[in-house]
Design a protein around this ligand. Structure first.
Ligand SMILES: Cc1cc2nc3c(=O)[nH]c(=O)nc-3n(C[C@H](O)[C@H](O)[C@H](O)COP(=O)(O)OP(=O)(O)OC[C@H]3O[C@@H](n4cnc5c(N)ncnc54)[C@H](O)[C@@H]3O)c2cc1C
Length: 416
């Protein structure tokens, strides 16, 4: 079949590969000039089935209220919120109920575990070489954080995911560069989980998809999806390009809702902005070996090849073109707390940050309940692979395989 994909982020690229591997004629339309230039550009790189959790969780609403008054808040609301953001928050509140949370978390974890296996399989069979490191640790600064993790620990045990609760000494043996002056009460170690370079992987997989015949049309913005008796017509800004398809898959990240609206497919998706700072490793001995997450500030610090990346912040509302300096200061604070000598962040550059530092703002395509939409849209021949929120990299390979199986009418490996 002739299938169009809109968007070449990590979700679009993995979808293109799986559909091309199934023998379809695949055309990917991407408004940017390369793959992974938007939300998939510089994420934290965490691929941790054990830590893929819905944002909508019991206790979160009161936490978000408290965060309004904190300097280093993990979640920030930028008022006034838009109409769509208020509606999203209402649905999110409903999804925070314990039963809804447990169900969303189970779905996410099963997709994340499947996706992890798919990622390993692709890496091995296609011999993909990209920056990655094994092991992930959640750092708990105080007793309260450990107490709040009890429900998550039970779900990890129920899901059969290998993990261990460590005291501070044991955690420091795994990540010896963790600063001794910062209080560490305990840690949750997930030895099989990992951090890896999402964009690097996507560019390698794009090459593999191309070698299977997939065509990437970069610099091409799709303005409209039209359904006809014969199939799908895409309106885009290249008059001479391909326009008619049997099916279309929408993988347009935060732009997906607008594309789907005229078809009557309502997807309550909003951008939740986050930030990362990447800097060259100064001394390997002072840098993380793999990845850690500071649970109090919800900031991840990962080793991405010869760079350290610190990422976090969740901002609802505000200007998508404006970096929130307070959020960047939180990233530097958490980095300085745990790995003060890891990265070369000294010396101000003109526009990007300190030293050879890359400061990045990205928008997580977030649905209120957590799990992404992978499958039919409700509109004939229009498929969805979107709304992966804060775990798009961890969920990409599995979501793409699931979607390819659904389009083929095959039984899927997991019930999602
Ligand atoms: C700070 C931060 C840290 C994160 N850390 C992690 C992490 O550690 N692990 C993890 O798993 N996830 C993480 N994420 C989330 C992850 O990055 C996202 O879920 C993922 O990148 C979403 O991928 P996507 O392909 O759906 O969207 P995108 O990467 O945004 O791709 C969508 C593409 O569609 C294109 N597009 C849109 N509209 C059109 C159109 N009309 N025509 C043509 N092209 C179009 C866009 O240009 C874009 O390239 C993080 C996100 C942030 C912001």
């Amino acid at each position: 079949m002739k299938i169009a994909i809109i968007g070449a982020g990590i979700i679009g690229v993995t979808t293109a590969y799986e559909l091309a591997a199934d023998g379809h004629e695949v055309h990917v339309f991407e408004r940017r000039n390369s793959a992974c230039e938007e939300s998939s550009f510089a994420n934290a790189g965490v691929v941790s089935p054990g830590y893929v959790t819905p944002w909508a969780a019991p206790g979160m609403p009161s936490k978000v209220l408290k965060y309004l008054f904190q300097k280093h808040a993990p979640v920030r609301l930028k008022f006034p919120l838009k109409h769509g953001e208020l509606g999203w928050m209402r649905q999110w509140l409903k999804a925070c109920k314990p039963k809804a949370y447990a169900s969303a978390r189970n779905s996410l974890q099963s997709l994340a575990s499947y996706s992890f296996d798919c990622l390993q399989h692709l890496t091995k069979t296609l011999e993909l070489e990209y920056d990655k490191a094994q092991g992930y640790m959640v750092l708990l600064r105080g007793e309260q954080e450990l107490a709040q993790m009890q429900m998550s620990l039970k779900l990890l045990t129920d899901a059969g995911l290998i993990h261990k609760v460590l005291d501070a000494d044991a955690a420091r043996k795994i990540e010896p560069a963790l600063c001794a002056n910062t209080d560490l009460h305990a840690a949750i170690h997930l030895p099989n989980d990992s951090v890896a370079n999402c964009r690097q992987f996507a560019l390698l997989l794009r090459d593999k998809a191309q070698s299977l015949g997939a065509k990437f049309h970069f610099g091409t913005t799709v303005s409209h999806i039209q359904q006809g008796l014969q199939g799908i017509r895409l309106n885009h800004d290249k008059n001479d390009g391909e326009h008619s398809f049997d099916h279309v898959v929408v993988c347009a990240g935060v732009a997906s809702s607008e594309l789907l609206k005229p078809l009557g497919a309502h997807v309550p998706l909003i951008p939740v902005y986050g930030y990362s700072v990447s800097a060259p490793v100064r001394e390997p001995i002072d840098a993380p070996i793999s990845g850690v997450m500071d649970e109090r500030y919800k900031v991840a610090i990962s080793r991405i090849g010869n760079r350290v990346r610190v990422a976090g912040g969740a901002q609802i509302g505000g200007d998508p073109a404006r970096i929130n300096q307070a959020a960047i200061q939180t990233l530097y604070k958490v980095l300085d707390d745990w790995f003060p000598a890891a990265a070369d962040t000294k010396g101000q550059t003109a526009n990007k940050g300190r030293g050879q530092v890359q400061v990045w703002m990205g928008a997580r395509p977030m649905l209120p309940a957590g799990p992404p939409r992978v499958g039919e849209s409700g509109a004939d021949r229009v498929w969805l692979n979107l709304g992966h929120g804060s775990s798009g990299w961890a969920l990409a390979c599995g979501s793409a395989r699931l979607l390819a199986d659904k389009i083929a009418g095959r039984k899927t490996a997991i019930d999602f």
